[in-house]
Design a binder for this molecule. Structure first.
Ligand code: ADQ
Length: 493
């Protein structure tokens, strides 16, 4: 593929996909079944790969009979009109435990979010991380040609780019997007094998983050911990030996149009059955929280603020319902299990404290909801509280805005999210650790005039539609084209 139609070799193991049911493929005599992606990165990458006739390399289902060194599967997709290749790398249970539940999610995830007390280093985890990164790099080597573009997703592949760089022609473009925050250099000093990870990431021609502060922190870490690398702060490049890496910030957007359409098309009966299922009084004022059940998301802090609001506002009892959906993820990790238990016990405690026979202030579910159900909730919610302590971007805030087709929802948004950089000026800003402050913003949201609600929401909607998933993909590929042309020019001189 030429530079205008990049052959993309990409993996989709991002946090966004974790709550989406696995697409499945089976080879040999078994039929291939495909679940349509409901949104997020998968939906964005699919058309790009179809156009480029590229190869998507992704982690396949764990199979005890497979080891990372064993054969892998390649299938043509989509089955009804094959236009690109999907290669699944099967990982053994041990590899999954050490690579994914180990180094990726017991070390990198907590560390990058600043939760150094939750970093757990276990023997072999890093070695498996290296082995799996190498396995993916090998798979890329089999497909990449001199004019290919290789695009990696996320923190599960901090070593892979340099490994790929060592295996493919110099003119192959290697890019990566880091979907979670990059920590400060003070936090990063606690990272096991930190220098090795930085060197791994410098195998990229392009390294993308959501917002400026993560890009700047990354450059600061390189400056402090890899003194031989040359950081150009103005151009945001790092030169190390022959290799130059450009570091950029492009906040990820959502497929806003599809959320808007789903929110408009959801029928009254769908809405009713959803509200009946969870016993939500239709006429109540509805507050909403939607998250993976993850200790970065600030769910107990949010519940504490709702509790404070209920203390201060007895007149809201029976009239206000806070709906919290929290999808379990990474449940094999004890910190997640403990967090889930704590959240459930807080919900129970608050409901016991204020609830009556006819009303519970908090409706809590761990169900996975369809796009239509989520949009129905988003559209109906009078306000949404997005209160992560730290979050790379946060797509949920954008989904709420895109689904607020009546233009009158209120978004309370944590200053710790990347999304706050783009939406903060027209949302109500919160510091999730300040319980009284969040409760006050909740009161304020409910007392805003309809005119102000509309003004704020319409401005937010414009931002979310302008910076949608297509904008983000285009920005990524524009940068890829730019660094590619720079590399080709440098090679020619
Ligand atoms: P996540 O940490 O998973 O993503 P987020 O960006 O909010 O966080 O995305 C969560 C996704 O899961 C949303 O699309 C949401 O609709 C979906 N979801 C949550 N609960 C659900 C439920 N009950 N039913 C169905 N779907 C549900 C990581 C980073 C983020 C970054 C994204 C993208 O941690 O900071 O924004 O990647 O880069």
């Amino acid at each position: 593929a030429g530079s205008d139609r990049p052959a993309t070799t990409a993996d989709a193991a991002t946090g966004t996909d974790e709550t989406v049911p696995e697409s499945t493929d089976e080879t040999d005599t078994r039929p291939i079944t495909v679940d349509e992606p409901t949104g997020g990165l998968t939906a964005g990458l699919d058309p790009v790969l179809q156009q480029a006739a590229g190869t998507w390399i992704a982690w396949g289902d764990g199979d005890a009979d497979f080891d990372v060194t064993d054969e892998h599967d390649c299938v043509a997709v989509p089955p009804n009109d094959p236009s690109y290749t999907l290669q699944r790398i099967a990982l053994s249970d041990e590899a999954i435990d050490s690579y994914y539940y180990g180094f990726s999610n017991r070390v990198l995830w907590p560390l990058c979010h600043g939760f150094t007390d939750l970093v757990e280093t276990r023997s072999n985890d890093f070695e498996w991380y290296r082995t799996v990164n190498e396995r993916f790099a090998e798979a890329v080597r089999e497909h990449a040609t001199a004019d290919s573009v290789v695009w990696l997703q996320d923190y599960h592949f901090a070593l892979a780019s340099q490994m790929i760089r060592d295996r493919v022609p110099q003119s192959t473009t290697v890019a990566q997007f880091w979907h979670i925050p990059w920590p400060t250099s003070t936090t990063f000093q606690h990272c096991p094998a930190g220098r090795t990870l930085l060197e791994g990431l410098l195998g990229n021609d392009l390294l993308g983050f959501h917002v400026d502060r993560y890009a700047e922190r990354f450059l600061d870490c390189v400056h402090r911990y890899l003194p031989a690398a040359d950081v150009d702060w103005d151009r945001r490049t790092v030169t190390s030996g022959e290799q130059t890496t450009r570091v950029v910030a492009t906040p990820m957007g959502i497929d806003a149009e599809s959320y808007d359409q789903d929110a408009r098309s959801v029928s009254a009966s769908q809405r009713s059955s959803l509200f009946d299922r969870y016993d939500i009084a239709r006429e109540n004022v509805i507050g909403l929280g939607v998250d993976r059940l993850d200790y970065t998301k600030g769910i107990p802090e949010r519940l504490a603020a709702v509790e404070r609001f209920l203390e201060w506002n007895p007149s809201s009892h029976g009239e206000f319902t806070f709906v919290q959906t929290a999808t379990p993820s990474r449940t094999d990790i004890p910190a997640y299990e403990r967090y889930g238990e704590f959240v459930r016990s807080e919900v129970e405690r608050i409901n016991q404290r204020f609830g009556t026979q006819a009303w519970n202030p908090i409706v809590y579910t761990e169900d996975y909801l369809s796009a239509a159900e989520l949009c129905a909730l988003y559209r109906r919610a009078d306000l949404m509280i997005v209160s992560p302590l730290v979050d790379g971007m946060n797509l949920v805030a954008q989904e709420y805005v895109a689904s607020s087709v009546d233009g009158d929802g209120m978004l309370l948004l944590s200053q710790g999210t990347g999304a706050h950089e783009t939406l903060g000026s027209h949302a109500l800003t919160i510091d999730p650790t300040d319980t009284d402050g969040v409760a006050r913003q909740l009161e304020r949201a409910l007392s805003l005039s309809p005119a102000e609600r509309h003004l704020r929401m319409n401005t937010l909607r414009k931002r979310v539609f302008d910076g949608n998933l297509e904008w983000w993909m285009t920005a990524q590929f524009d940068w890829i084209r730019r660094v590619r042309n720079e590399t080709l020019r440098d090679d020619a001189t």
